[in-house]
Design a protein around this ligand. Structure first.
Ligand SMILES: NC(=O)c1ccc[n+]([C@@H]2O[C@H](COP(=O)([O-])OP(=O)(O)OC[C@H]3O[C@@H](n4cnc5c(N)ncnc54)[C@H](OP(=O)(O)O)[C@@H]3O)[C@@H](O)[C@H]2O)c1
Length: 295
């Protein structure tokens, strides 16, 4: 069997088109323009690229976009003061602080200072707690993107055996919680594996859907996958640079071998990656609608 390739670029494009239409209607009918602010501390090149992509996508969709670039030696107090100001700004519905922050800053304190109603990353404990009890305002972007990839590719999630490899707070734990809910596009039996799991293959080999977010190239090899499984590769690992200085990226899955056994698989790049920013835009639109009492 050669797997169907789940095209994250195409699915992200569809969702962006839907969002663009919704944003145009919000403006026309309610004079409501969703607003997203990005805050970047320091000049980490990868973070600058991510923030640039978020700004550009916002503008393309008709979202009001603001960017605050702060010097690397910004104090905790100054950053918290800015967040307080943005929390009170009615033009801003979503606040995104680009991580990682420089080492001298307390990341948790900064994230907890964001008004949960403007927490479009979905990382605030209030939003993670609401997700866990099945009443989310916002789903974290990468896990939400994974769920949409599955739904829009026609993968049956209800009743499926799902195995998640990785238990981070930004991917593993939230995707496990999302797919566990007794809801449409979820209702799966979920197992979460990590570095202390005794025999990961024992779990992955019986899975209908495997989601790998380990941050290790070839963490999932073909012998760990049952024939006909659906495989979602979240990993992004730099394994070198090209002659012209571009990063060479691979996922966590041994793609060439696993695609011969899987029913469907996401590539890296072009799988989960394009969904993350798209779901951030979706959360921003939702934040604007919540603020205006439109949901
Ligand atoms: N495409 C996107 O938009 C996107 C977004 C976020 C992350 N990512 C990528 O996804 C990957 C994971 O990110 P993350 O933030 O979740 O990583 P993380 O915080 O480093 O967590 C990795 C998790 O995987 C587990 N793990 C590591 N090696 C393992 C192995 N060999 N077998 C079983 N479990 C293993 C770790 O277990 P322990 O808890 O026991 O240490 C940990 O729970 C990274 O490559 C990251 O770049 C991509």
């Amino acid at each position: 069997m050669t797997a169907q390739i789940i095209n994250g670029n195409e699915i992200a494009k569809q969702i962006r088109q839907e969002l663009k239409e919704e944003i145009a209607k919000l403006k026309e009918k309610h004079n409501l323009i969703p607003g997203l602010v990005t805050v970047l501390v320091g000049a980490d090149p990868a973070s600058q690229v991510y923030v640039g992509q978020k700004e550009k996508t916002s503008r393309d969709l008709g979202i009001y976009s603001e960017r605050h670039d702060l010097p690397a030696d910004t104090t905790q107090k100054k950053l918290l003061t800015l967040i307080d100001k943005l929390n009170k700004d009615p033009r801003i519905h979503g606040i995104l602080v680009q991580l990682p922050l420089p080492k001298h800053l307390n990341e948790s304190e900064v994230l907890y200072a964001i008004n949960p109603k403007k927490d479009v990353d979905g990382f605030h404990p209030v939003n993670l707690g609401k997700l866990m009890i099945g009443e989310p305002d916002y789903l974290p972007c990468t896990p939400h993107g994974i769920q949409q990839l599955l739904i829009r590719s026609g993968v049956k999630i209800e009743g499926a055996e799902v195995v998640v490899v990785g238990r981070s707070n930004i991917v593993g734990k939230p995707i496990a919680n999302i797919l566990l809910q007794k809801k449409e596009g979820a209702n799966a039996t979920v197992t979460v594996c990590h570095t202390a799991t005794r025999d990961i293959s024992f779990h992955t080999r019986r899975a209908d859907i495997i989601i790998v977010a380990a941050g290790r190239p070839k963490a999932l090899t073909a012998d760990m996958v049952k024939e006909g499984a659906v495989v979602i590769d979240v990993g992004v690992n730099q394994v070198g640079t090209t002659a012209d200085g571009k990063r060479i990226l691979v996922g966590d899955v041994d793609f060439d071998a696993v695609k011969e056994k899987a029913k469907a698989i996401t590539p890296v790049p072009g799988g989960v990656g394009p969904m993350t920013i798209t779901m951030l835009m979706l959360n921003t639109v939702r934040a604007a609608k919540l603020a205006a009492g439109l949901t």
